[in-house]
Design a protein around this ligand. Structure first.
Ligand code: GLN
Length: 482
């Protein structure tokens, strides 16, 4: 069978279950691709070929016995995992030196779910340290490169997961999105990425960055592939107290349905200065296509979204500074050998173990939480967050979805923004509002720049509107010929 690495997940799964191809052969094909090109892309941090082939054999055995069958959502399908999601017995670094040799004793719930559904877990993908960044250059190990132009970044923080799908190293991968880290790299790498509604996917086993913002979500080459992976990873988890109790839904059921009458909101001030003109025209072109399919495009106002970046960069670092207090050289991973007493052990471990950006966030976070500043910053940011959320809820009384650009610029060059953190933070200007409001957001490819760089369109919708959002993306895909 040819082109195994390009097949849609549905086709690949059916070929595996019909025994036209074994899981081992599938694994071989993808491992071969990885062998050929990952020395250039650096999408993976940890990948054990032998173990992948062993696991493939196990899945083939289960297929033989009927334990993995048509009912298994991901029978034999490879999935790569961002390295801030814990995997029992496999190193989980979070892209950080402080967890450089950390081997978790348990699996994240999403990893359990993937295994339950017959998926073949491929390996762990590179990311910005503790998911802080927009280019994967903050990984303590190496940067990942954009497979479409290796001089450029793949986006971040889930850059390894996005680049792995875009390179054909895997049909599916998982990322995490605290402020845009699935959607922004999806846009930069020309793939589809979804940040689910807060609570739809368990965070148990996701190393916490900003707990009230973090969500795990899928990457794939199409809306359908993303919907299939979402089917596998969503659902209630008693081990995550913020996990939703909603009944499970089939996210593939509504794909390629008529979108006539769908009301799509656009926010005119997202199309003003600061947005790359080629992105602006691609997104507008996609809106025309949607209108041609019978959608109505309605202008909306999200006045407080102007404060989304500022609000996010108070709340996320505050939560991060508290979450990262656990990395002290005692409980996990790296411990500095250079110490004379407990305090110098803590200090030197954290000084040597964390990178620049993580330290910057811890400093900002402890500052905005400290007595005397708490009311002025953290408390205030919480109030503005609520106003941002109310803006969205009000908008969703008028429209079904909101569409706009995912990123203000196309993928930038490696090193271009590393010396200017504020510039880097602005990469997330269109994505952070989604996390602050807890709503879902998706990035789907909607064109290319004149130099061939991918452009992403972002859809945002009310809480738990993933099925409709994926439908809209699937229709757009076929209309654009993606
Ligand atoms: N780029 C943003 C940040 O650095 C978002 C990161 C994320 O979503 N994990 O915080």
């Amino acid at each position: 069978m040819k082109n195994i690495c390009e097949l849609p997940v549905r086709t690949l799964k059916s070929a595996i279950l019909k025994r036209e191809i074994s899981t081992r052969e599938v694994a071989h094909s993808f491992l071969e691709r990885i062998e050929e090109r990952d020395s250039e892309i650096h999408a993976f941090l940890t990948l054990d070929h032998e173990q992948v082939l062993d696991n493939a054999d196990k899945i083939d055995n289960q297929i033989e016995k009927g334990a993995v069958s048509d009912k298994s959502i991901l029978a034999g399908i490879p999935v790569a995992i961002k390295d801030n999601i814990v995997t029992r017995g496999t190193r989980t670094t979070c892209g950080s030196k402080i967890l450089g040799n950390y081997i978790p004793p348990y699996d994240a719930t999403v990893v359990d779910f993937l295994q339950r559904e017959g998926a073949l877990i491929l390996g762990k993908c590179n990311c910005d340290e503790f998911a802080m960044g927009s280019s994967t250059e903050n990984s303590a190990f190496f940067p990942t490169r954009n497979p479409l132009d290796t001089e450029r970044v793949p986006g971040g923080s889930s850059g390894g997961s996005a680049a792995a799908v875009a390179s054909g190293f895997t049909p599916l991968s998982l990322g995490s999105d605290t402020g845009g880290s699935i959607r922004q790299p999806a846009a930069f790498c020309g793939v589809t990425g979804l940040k689910p509604t807060y609570g739809l996917v368990s965070r148990y086993g996701l190393v916490a960055f900003g707990s009230s913002l973090d969500q795990i979500g899928p990457f794939g080459r199409s809306a359908e592939d993303v919907a299939i992976l979402l089917n596998a990873i969503s659902g209630h988890d008693p081990r995550d107290s913020t996990s939703s109790h909603r009944p499970e839904e089939d996210y593939t059921a509504r794909l390629q349905r008529d979108i006539k009458g769908t009301r799509i909101g656009i926010c005119p001030n997202w199309f003003t200065s600061g947005l790359d003109p080629e992105i602006s025209s691609s997104v507008k072109h996609a809106m025309e296509i949607l209108e041609g399919q019978g959608c109505s495009v309605i202008e909306i106002d999200l006045p407080y979204s102007d404060y989304a970046i500022e609000t996010y960069y108070i709340i996320a670092p505050a939560e991060a500074s508290s979450n990262l207090a656990r990395f002290d050289g005692v409980k996990y991973g790296f411990r500095s050998s250079d110490h004379t007493d407990l305090e110098s052990m803590y200090r030197n471990t954290r000084t040597q173990g964390f990178g620049e950006e993580v330290k910057r966030r811890i400093m900002i976070g402890t500052y905005v939480l400290s007595s005397g500043y708490y009311d002025a910053y953290f408390l205030k940011a919480g109030k503005v967050r609520n106003l941002i959320k109310q803006d969205y809820l009000k908008a969703f009384e008028k429209v079904d979805f909101i569409a706009g650009p995912t990123t203000p610029t196309p993928p930038f060059k490696l090193g271009e923004k590393t010396t200017n953190p504020l510039e880097m933070y602005l990469s997330d200007i269109y994505t952070v509002g989604t996390n602050l409001a807890g709503i879902p957001g998706l990035s789907t490819p909607c064109g290319k720049t004149s130099t061939g760089l991918p452009i992403g369109l972002q859809l945002q919708g009310p809480h738990f509107s993933e099925a409709g959002m994926l439908n809209l993306a699937s229709v757009l895909e076929s209309e654009l010929g993606n």
